[in-house]
Ligand binder design. Sequence first.
Ligand SMILES: *[C@@H]1O[C@H](CO)[C@@H](O)[C@H](O)[C@H]1NC(C)=O
Length: 619
Amino acid sequence: MMLSQGFPATFLVIWCVQATLALGLSLLGCPSDAAQRSASQKRMERLFLNLRERGPGGPRRRPEEPSDEELYSWLSMLMDENSGTSGLIHEPTEATGYATSHHPLPCAPGIFTTELLQFLWMWKTQSATEEVKQLVTQSDRHWAFLRISPWMNVLKLGYGSTFAAGHELCTLVPAPPEAMDLESAARRFHAAWPGSTTTEATIFKQFHVLTAVDYRSCASRGRRCQRWLHRRFVELALRQPFACGVVCRYAAAFAYLAQALTDNRGRRRWLRKWSEDQEKLVEDAQAQILLADGIFYTLLGPQQVQLTCSLTRSFPIFSLLARLAGIPMSLGDSNSNPRDETATNPTLKVPNQPPPPTLAKLCDLIDQWPPLQRLTAQGAMAVYSMLQSLGSLLDEFQIKWWMSSGALLGTLRNGGMLPQDCDVDIAIWRPDAHEMLSPKFQAALAAAGLVSFHMPIYFQYRFCLVQVPAAADPRSVQGGLACHLPYVDAHLADVAEEGRWHYIHRTDLQYAHSFPLKGILGSQKRDLRQRRFFGDAKVWIPNLPQSEEYLNKVYGEDWRKVLRGRRGAMIHNLSAGESFWGMIARPTGPLRDVIREQKLIGNLLPGAAVTCSHDCDHD
Ligand SMILES: *[C@@H]1O[C@H](CO)[C@@H](O)[C@H](O)[C@H]1NC(C)=O
């Protein structure tokens, strides 16, 4: 009955994704006829609810409760109905066969739910708490299934009790070792001080300051929170994607599901219908979980289970999913878990100041092939989102800009940020640059969460996240302020001799060239720049032939094939079949759309103050 223990979670990922792609609204291998599934599903719910009422290994409390024999007979019926695993081949190479041929798929949610109920049965009727604890902690593929199988599909198919059983079993799983316990770390740093870079602890803190509610109490203490609190938390968290780590993503998922649930009042239990809004909220919730799922790839199986359960104890998303399926669940920890562990935990003492998160390390260094990424995931996301926000504001204010130096190389050759880079360089057309000093641009910039520092002796602007503390730039003679990484540097460019442009200030000999103006501006000031993607961000490059000429001059004619270190030493020469494309710093999003945001909130953009155009009426 049980799938082999060696069944790897990664295969499950591939399999679920492929099954979903192949079948559209996937049945996940289950019978398409709801009536055919329903008897089995009702049995699952009944078994779950009855098992939950038992104390571990406890006898039934009331004579009208089903006897152990009855419970066992339900379980064995489920095992018969949801078998079919004997035909399951646990080989990634075979996995595609299931999705692409007419080979019948095993009904994954049916199998997984039955297996989780088996664990629950062993725990509650067989006094096998220790064994079940072991088994559950080893079952990382079950938890991977709960996280990544398309939730809305599982709900629509009627297998909500899989989430209910998952929630209940998590109460058995011990907390992760302290070094890995992200939730308790976030709690410890909750009182993050001003002046430190924003972390997810700060997001919880911000929420606390704004609303006088610790969002985690909305989740874990069963405390009633109004719908607007959930909505507010999502807004706050997703405006600062670079600071929203795993714990914050789980909190955001919880917030989406809690909103979906408040739409659920008065729904009859077996109706299994959700509004479009609810479906969207469930999908948004799962998107948050998937964004955080990378954290699990480097962990051992038992650690994956510990971490999943620690996070879902704090933000009981599986419980909410089960409730969406009409299964009565309590919000807080179930009674089998020690309730106030956190109150007595000495690690919860607030330190003076949380350590600043490391966003970048050993920037520009390439010491191996393929090159290592030097920004953390949060750092990479910060750079892409800064660039996207800044770029769209520059466009809105009609300030011409384009990718420069390593960022241009990254755009054309790799499709995004070079893995070894920690910042992005752009060029800004000097005749447009005065606009950047206007109060209006500064206000729009601030609303986007950015701040600019002018570094006069370099003819350069540096754009930073407002939260990143300013620091004296050691190169600045008059002690001008700048910020720590990550940032976007904007170098002013102007007309040089006839028909060419150059950077006004040339920091490096390799930039001491001038470049053809017709990559930027044609006659009658026609804009000749081209659009490209840089990860998920939209950027400008000079017209392609001139971009290539630029790269030839700055990086050598063989830039398409040869990777060089900072001093020009060759690191790698591509062989046939190898490519730089896609070798970029990740993740590249999600990115904010600051233009849309600013149209929604008011008149920060040019022209908007005079009359509100049809755009804002519409919004
Ligand atoms: C890279 O390899 C090609 C042949 O594959 C060779 O022609 C070229 O000179 C090499 N480049 C360097 C910098 O070694």
